[in-house]
Unconditional design. Sequence first.
Length: 284
Amino acid sequence: MAKIIDGKKIAAKVRADIKERAATFASETGVVPGLAVIIVGEDPASKVYVRNKHRACVEAGYRSDIYEMSADTTEAELLTKIEELKADTGIHGILVQLPLPSHLDEKAVLEAIPPEKDVDAFHVVNTGKIMLGDYSFLPCTPAGVMKMLEYENIDISGKECVIVGRSNIVGKPMAMLLLHANGTVTVCHSRTKNLSEVTRRADILVVAIGKADFITGDMVKPGAVVIDVGMNRRDDGRLTGDVDFDSVEPVASAITPVPGGVGPMTITILLENTLTAAKESIGK
Ligand code: NDP
């Protein structure tokens, strides 16, 4: 039986610590961390994510501004909004909720956010810094995974770490963080041959592909730590991960559930990054 890694519990502890540090910082400097989130269009999943971010900010005592823009917003209008927020000294983090409607150039929009307010760490400058291991903003989801491993005292050094998925927001930065922590890292993707042979080598298996229940027990080495980043909606509306929990849980030594695993950690790191941005904005 695997240990269930409780993301909600870990996130609550980390958020309490962030809240305390943010309050101390505010009382010493008069600066309250501020996050602005822009959402374009009506995507229901995005609306839920934005609401959760807003709630987390309010609970942490942050300023939280939400800008809801219509689905037919032009790129020029969106860039103007980003310019306004760039100039707002009370806003330390700017986040544009993805995905954007297809007529908007995601890359151009993300590059318009100044690196010092890019709390999602998607700007090319921050991506480059992550590669070099010299960064202030943590990539939210991968850093959330690292925090969970730290809380569970799971040693990474020298371990076989296999990541399934190579997206710019999860798989690639995850590989970098595990590498910086001295893991031996393999990244798999849709062209990987004999995937289950590779996943069965993993001491630490991180899965981020966006396919419900894809990783099954026979693909996992007995005693592995399995981190499920996936968030997929079943036909009945329930959330499920990329890992088939029922068949993997008896094989693994530790596993994250979905929901209640990686998800709550991602927003926690966003709070941490916003506090970092606020501190750096006044040279602290
Ligand atoms: P992307 O769609 O951007 O990337 C998916 C990756 O999985 C690609 O690299 C793709 O390979 C790979 N892949 C797809 N099918 C297979 C397959 N059959 N075998 C091996 N690899 C495969 O997804 P994201 O990284 O953005 O997200 C992944 C999942 O994580 C989603 O469910 C998403 O909702 C969730 N997520 C959860 C977050 C959280 O906070 N918990 C945050 C962000 C994402 P290729 O490159 O070859 O196409």
